[in-house]
Design a protein around this ligand. Sequence first.
Ligand code: SF4
Length: 310
Amino acid sequence: MEIFGPVQSRRFGISLGINHLPPKVCSYACVYCQLGRTNRLSIEAAAYADPEQIYQAVNERLKELPQTPDYLTFVSNGEPCLDNQLGSAIQALKKLGIKIAVITNASMLWQSEIRERLSCADAVSLKVDSVQEAAWRKINRPHGRLDLEVVMAGMRVFALTYHGKLMTETMLVPGINTSPAHLRACAQFIAELQPEMAYLALPLRAPAESWVEAPDQQAAGKAYEIFVREFARTSLMADLPPTGLTSTQDALQELVSTLKVHPMEEGEIRAYLRQNELADNTLESLLALKRIRSIPYREKTFYSAAVNQD
Ligand code: SF4
């Protein structure tokens, strides 16, 4: 379990990340996943992190920060709902008086206990990349026991009963989910959920599969136009925002913890090293020690500390 950041998040402002899963346990194996391939494809929830330990770790980290984050965000090495103690962890963290967000792939909301686990979070982001069976299988590569109709039904029930800030995220992958018919169907389903905001994202960080490409500006703009016609509260996240990583005590450890779930581009890492008076060749040293790895993508070089990028 690791606490990382805070980083600047478009959805959650200043966000302190909680990564409470071992790499990489997920019910999906998305082709664009920035954590690399899923090596533990699972829909069985298990006890991964002790809620009290999460609380203690977050509490300690908060004491080091110059500013209270806007959100404590569960953004894991996989699917956070696979931790059967997620609900207790959220309840424990509530004592800190900071809003709590969970980013989930929403694939298991058909289970009442998973909906219950999420119900006390202040904000929940659901993944909705596709509502068409073939495209869903191609883009999310779900666990074999998942059924799209059931997954969508679970989201509908959750959206009806959840009282916090609901949002959705749709990753656009050309050739899979960007045809007008596909986008329209996806947006119509999202309109049923009535989230506060539907975000359209592009695979701008190095993906699990090297053939994944981001749509160009024009295609992304077209996708946005189709979406917004069906659901007005749509926002296109067209560029890579600065990570905005701030360090407190152990700048190097904070960088590596962040890179486990949030790959960063070379220029950004070098700027962070300079800001924190770390030697410029720290990057090369981390590479030589195999604590991080480099991933070229879209004429940039990203670095990740995820263990399963192959
Ligand atoms: S993007 Fe999220 S849901 Fe998809 S494989 Fe990665 S961790 Fe799992």
